[in-house]
Design a protein around this ligand. Structure first.
Ligand code: ME8
Length: 646
């Protein structure tokens, strides 16, 4: 093993098979996947587990309702989870089902050990029980006699059951959590558990009589009982590694890090460490707890009809859907806190971060290497006239990259996915600033040798930036990062340590990447639509207010190409500063595409989008004409893209 290589065992909860995968399940699984991909990128040894929780009353009841056997029911929904994760590109190394023999064997072995060690006894228990949650509620928890989750009345039941002597671990657990400040993260959940441990801890009922519930793992020392579903489920983290003694267990268990939602904090932070301690197994190292998603401000529920089904949501956005969904949920939720999912928020982040910032840079950089460097990474040489304007960027870009890498590393150590993405966002902003500052299109027109050399240097930096960005994005946007890397000729596996400015080989070919994240919906444009009749006849007068309805903006032409099968039309990709648009203009008989790239033109930005020869055009370029002659309106001095023209 190489020095500094760390080992990670990452787990998600195993999901109940009484509901199909939704946004909440997808969030935990996607962040776990991003973490697994990040650690692999950093060269670490990773084992990533997810799976399904298939026993218990809830599942038995759902199966009965569907008139199928519990096993057939579990098979169906477990496959739905497996397929959903496959569709979302989740890179789990294993998928555990609690109905598998490998799991049952380990559960029974652990129960046997606990029984032999005197950690389990037969007792009587009476209390208020919720069949939905499959658990008894204490008096404190059920003040109004209803289950707080299901809002159904609780039922008093009394039965003989086996109990795990959890109460005797109260002091040990408190001290263990206090002695391991990093064990439960973020801090608020650690405090919540320490608060809970101030009250006396009860023993845990770990069995259900088979007369009441058949669907479970029989106790190895009394087959009139099956194992309580939580006791069975938690053991998945150990059984999936083959259990104590297995090489995989010995390799990964000492590095176990569990990821869960806040709803299942108590079983993971209280029952599970006590169970492990009692069985003589080491406690996991970390428990990472995230908050809850609401949808449109409300709890997600079938009855409200607001359940977000990830596959269906993503399919609505075609190829970019998967990356965009991953990006949104990781960027929007502060890990540990609750967050709200809405289409508006999704579109907002998509257009601002992915289309405008990331997509814009990737398109500009790759297009300029195409147009000004013949699509080949040049060999940078010192400019003959000595260092020139913008030279400081040669240090500023590597510094920005290093800063991003450090911030991502710190954020990922803390499971702060939103911070890691914010750090990448800052790096992208610097890259766009670099392009704006260097004006490669101006250098391209300058015949002075010093300017040519400077252009060569800029094109090299742009190529190297694309490569570094592609690497940094790998864990978060797997598809987009692969496209960016492929565009600079990288199709093999690259590690995080490869993200450096001196690793790009001159001479390599670069492909143009346009439409990495095409804008989804023009914002607020409906408000400013010109009304019918405003244009008027030549010679007729309009008021200043009428003129004000036309939104004219400065736009930089990033790329231009002929529209296939059309003699007159050119397709222009223009930047309006914060956004990028495609505009079709009838100027092909007057301009060669290359002549337009880098020009600052004026576009009507609030025109209704239209399709011209099958190409969607979102705006109009101003041009004057007289007889056969046509001239595009350009600015005679520099103004930033997006500046208003009045
Ligand atoms: O509890 N927001 O399974 P489960 C965020 N089988 N995350 C959510 C969410 C939401 N609205 N809804 C669900 C179980 N989740 C047990 C676990 S583990 C040994 C046994 C996610 O299907 C979150 O990760 O109810 C939560 O902890 C988990 O799904 C609960 O999944």
């Amino acid at each position: 093993m190489s020095p500094g290589r760390r080992t990670f065992y990452l787990t998600t909860p195993i999901y109940y098979v009484n509901a199909t995968p939704h946004l909440g399940h997808a969030y935990t699984t996607i962040v776990a996947d991003a973490m697994a991909r990040y650690r692999r990128l950093a060269g670490d040894d990773v084992w990533f587990l997810t799976g399904t929780d298939e026993h218990g009353d809830n599942i038995a009841q759902a199966a009965a309702q569907a008139s199928v056997s519990p096993q057939a029911y579990a098979d169906r929904i477990s496959s739905a989870f497996r397929e959903a994760w496959l569709g979302l590109g989740i890179t789990n190394d294993d998928f555990i089902r609690t109905t598998e023999a490998r799991h049952k064997t380990v559960v029974q072995a652990i129960l046997r050990t606990l029984w032999d060690r005197g950690e389990i006894y037969l007792g009587t228990y009476g209390g208020q029980y919720c069949f939905g949650c499959e658990r008894f509620y204490t008096e404190k928890e059920n003040a109004d006699g209803k289950c707080p989750d299901h809002q159904r009345p609780l039922t008093y039941i009394e039965e003989e059951n086996y109990f795990f002597k959890m109460s005797k671990y109260q002091r040990w657990l408190t001290e263990h959590i206090e002695g391991h400040p990093e064990m439960i993260r973020p801090e608020r959940y650690r405090n919540e558990i320490l608060g809970f441990l101030r009250d006396p801890l009860q023993d845990l009922s770990i069995s259900r009589p088979r007369t009441r519930l058949e669907w479970g793992i029989p106790l190895p020392f009394d087959d009139k009982y099956v194992t309580y579903v939580w006791f069975d489920a938690l053991i998945n983290y150990v059984s999936a590694l083959g259990g104590p003694g297995d090489t995989r267990f010995e390799t990964y268990w000492p590095h176990a890090q569990h990821l869960i939602g806040k709803d299942i904090l108590k079983p993971h932070a209280v029952y599970w460490p006590c169970m492990l301690q009692a069985a003589g197994l080491p406690v996991y190292t970390r428990l990472h707890v995230h908050g809850y998603w609401t949808v449109g401000g409300q709890k997600m529920s079938k009855s409200l009809g607001n359940v977000v089904e990830p596959r269906a949501f993503i399919e609505g956005y075609g190829r970019v859907g998967n990356d965009a969904f991953r990006y949104f949920i990781m960027r929007e939720m502060t890990f540990g806190l609750d967050a709200d999912f809405s289409k508006d928020a999704f579109l907002g982040r998509f257009n601002a971060d992915l289309a405008n910032d990331l997509g814009n840079f990737v398109s500009r950089a790759s297009t300029m290497i195409q147009n000004f460097g013949d699509g080949v990474i040049p060999t940078p040489r010192p400019a003959p006239g000595g260092p020139g304007p913008g030279e400081e960027w040669e240090f500023a870009l590597p510094a920005a990259l290093l800063k991003a890498k450090d911030e991502i590393a710190a954020a990922m150590d803390d499971f702060a996915f939103q911070k890691a993405l914010a750090a990448i966002g800052e790096y992208i902003a610097r890259l766009n600033q670099y392009v704006d500052a260097m004006h490669p299109w101006t250098l391209a027109k300058d015949t002075d040798p010093a300017a040519r050399e400077r252009l060569t240097g800029v094109l090299y930096m742009l190529g190297a930036s694309l490569r570094c960005l592609g690497i940094l994005l790998t864990p978060f946007l797997p598809d987009a990062s692969a496209r960016i890397l492929a565009a600079v000729g990288e199709t093999g596996k690259l590690g995080l340590s490869e993200a450096r400015y001196d690793r790009l080989s001159p001479g390599g070919r670069v492909q143009k990447v346009s439409g990495l994240f095409p804008r989804l919906e023009p914002p607020t444009r409906g408000d400013a639509r010109p009304e019918e009749g405003v244009t008027g006849k030549p010679g007729s007068r309009i008021t200043i207010d009428e003129f004000g309805k036309v939104e004219l903006r400065v736009a930089e032409v990033l790329a231009a190409e002929p529209v296939p099968k059309s003699k007159k039309l050119l397709k222009l990709t223009v930047s309006l500063g914060t956004e990028q648009r495609t505009v079709v203009a009838g100027i092909a008989e007057h301009y060669a595409p290359a002549d337009l790239v880098g020009k600052r033109v004026v576009v009507v930005a609030n025109l209704e989008p239209a399709r011209l020869m099958g190409v969607a055009s979102d705006g109009m370029v101003l041009a004057g004409s007289s007889g056969e002659r046509l001239a595009v309106v350009v600015l005679d001095r520099d103004l930033p893209s997006g500046a208003r023209v009045t």
